[in-house]
Design a protein around this ligand. Structure first.
Ligand SMILES: C[S@@+](CC[C@H](N)C(=O)[O-])C[C@H]1O[C@@H](n2cnc3c(N)ncnc32)[C@H](O)[C@@H]1O
Length: 241
């Protein structure tokens, strides 16, 4: 489903899908969009939040990381999670048809190639969800079931900023504080734009709040752009709080 909304007289096109989609990216896509070196994950404590149907936890674990994923959908039996993921993936691909101009078709040649990455991520996720259930924890931001300083790296892909229409600024601030609480190392967030490809309007406020808490936030360019303008990630150094 897609739509055009009138804002102050100008039409804004936005990709629209009902609620927050339970989707997943591959390990390789995560490394690209977060600017991560796979080899650097060895022996690291890593959290993927939200994990969705992504293959990141499995890929990080295969490279020697102690990796966990959190998502409110986890905890259900594999077949129920699989059926939700398949439904959301089909809906997401349908929604994309009407707004292809919001995307840069270089990372993926076309919608078919994009879809094949999503199915591949889903396959890897489902196998790992079945094999390592203790590594997939049901929980929702802004509260995580981990002690302070639990992880060297916390990745937050395609939730904050992107779903600016679903979550207000207070949620964004509280969620980011919580991600930083459980990290003794780094938090990375991608993308920093919403579905209409606008920079998240509360981003400067979030950066100021992070600095006030003694963190060192940086907006770092990455070698990945699919949504137009989504070519950098937020990296928060949480060593010095
Ligand atoms: C678009 S998916 C992104 C999944 C994965 N990070 C990726 O990039 O492939 C968004 C995910 O956020 C999860 N979600 C929704 N509300 C949440 C919350 N309050 N805290 C954590 N995750 C949430 C959804 O269940 C969904 O799996």
């Amino acid at each position: 489903m897609s739509c055009s909304t009138e804002t102050g007289g100008s039409a804004t096109t936005a990709y629209e899908i009902e609620g927050v989609a339970f989707l997943g990216r591959t390990f390789r896509e995560y490394c690209q969009l977060f600017g991560l070196e796979p080899a650097a994950l060895t022996d690291k404590r890593v959290l993927d939040c939200p994990g969705g149907a992504s293959g990141f936890r499995a890929g990080a674990a295969a490279r020697g990381a102690a990796a966990y994923a959190v998502d409110p959908v986890y905890g259900a039996p594999t077949e129920a999670v699989a059926s939700r993921a398949r439904r959301d993936l089909r809906r997401a691909m349908d929604a994309l048809n009407d707004v292809e101009e919001l995307y840069v078709w270089e990372t993926y040649d076309d919608a078919d190639e994009l879809e094949s990455h999503r199915w591949s991520a889903l396959g890897r996720f489902l196998a790992d969800y079945e094999a390592s259930p203790g590594r997939y924890l049901p929980a929702a931001l802004p509260r995580l079931p981990f002690p302070t300083d639990s992880f060297d790296l916390v990745c937050c892909s395609h939730l904050l900023c992107l779903y600016a229409d679903e979550f207000d600024h207070a949620f964004h601030a509280a969620a980011l504080r919580e991600l930083c609480r459980v990290a003794r190392g780094e938090v990375r967030v991608f993308p920093l734009v919403d579905f209409s490809t606008r920079r998240y309007e509360g981003l400067d406020d979030l950066l100021l709040a992070l600095e006030r808490h003694g963190h060192d936030p940086e907006i770092r360019p990455v070698d990945f752009e699919f949504q137009r303008g989504a070519d950098s990630c937020l990296v928060v150094d949480t060593h010095n709080r």
